[in-house]
Ligand binder design. Structure first.
Ligand SMILES: [Cu+2]
Length: 290
């Protein structure tokens, strides 16, 4: 009974401490240090929710497990004068059922919530407002604005000569413009090897495979400039395969499209520029519609 009372007295300061700690959480901590802000796209909050909830569940399991481990070590430690093995416990059915059922529930739970969120994030837009086609290539990106029939070819990032840390010249990095609040379909293809299209703040990346077309569906909901990278080691200058996504108002988007037209960049950069095109035995990569 004495330890019970001691526990109760300990519970009050622990609860107080916990509420102070949680109340003092920064936004960064509340979103589990994910590199974005809530509401950046229609999918970001869902990803943050799954990530943070999973960590809370795992930490609770972890604290219980560490607690029981330490408790067993302390309470059942070898005392002065003890020899031989302590009493061995086997075939304890309640414990065996417990540690079979609980992990099963955890794994099924993580699977179910992941599958639910994944199918929501991957849901196809039947009538997207904007269609973009992206080609990954060693080591840059080509962007086609499909509806407006204009394109923006990317060149490899250029190292900043004034910076010993090897940063890239920001103005040379390929830029993809997207209008805010619009349903965007992004078609992903590769001209040579496997790349991966990763917009960091969107908390989403998808592989670009030669000869295979992938899609991502996203509605950007916050204006701003967001960093993108190739997320699949694709050769010597993989680290320079950067891009920026500018989420802008419809007006700015239209102005940008007009600037591409003014620059004469009408038409589309198609799969005919794929490097694997000319290898023996390889025909035109199938341009899959679905
Ligand atoms: Cu790459």
């Amino acid at each position: 009974m004495r330890s019970n009372r001691r526990l109760r007295w300990a519970a009050i300061p622990i609860a107080a401490l916990l509420s102070v700690v949680l109340a003092g959480c920064t936004q960064e901590q509340l979103q589990g240090w994910l590199p974005t802000e809530p509401g950046t796209t229609n999918n970001v909050d869902r990803v943050i929710g799954l990530w943070v909830t999973s960590w809370i569940v795992l930490l609770v399991v972890g604290v219980l497990t560490w607690g029981l481990t330490i408790w067993a070590i302390v309470v059942y430690r070898r005392r002065k004068g003890q020899t031989g093995l302590p009493v061995q416990l086997r075939y304890n059915m309640p414990i065996e059922i417990f540690y079979t059922i609980v992990p099963l529930i955890l794994v099924l739970g993580f699977f179910a919530f992941t599958a639910r969120d994944q199918s929501a994030i991957e849901a196809k837009y039947d009538s997207p407002d904007v269609k973009i086609q992206v080609f990954g290539k060693q080591w840059a990106w080509d962007f086609n604005y499909v509806d407006e029939n204009v394109y923006s070819p990317g060149v490899q990032g250029q190292e900043n000569p004034d910076d010993a840390n090897g940063s890239l010249v920001e103005s040379e990095i390929p830029v993809l413009y997207l209008p805010v609040g619009k349903k965007v379909e992004i078609e992903l293809q590769s001209r040579d090897v496997i790349h991966s299209f990763w917009v960091i703040d969107f908390l989403y990346k998808k592989d670009m495979l030669p000869g295979k077309t992938n899609y991502m569906y996203v509605t950007p909901e916050r204006e701003g400039t967001f960093s993108g990278k190739c997320a699949e080691l694709c050769g010597e200058y993989h680290s320079m395969m950067l891009f920026n996504v500018k989420v802008v108002s419809q007006q700015e988007y239209d102005d940008y499209i007009q600037s591409l037209k003014d620059a004469g960049q009408e038409g589309q950069l198609g799969p005919e520029y794929n490097r694997n095109q000319n290898l023996p035995g390889i025909g035109t990569p199938a341009h899959e519609e679905e």
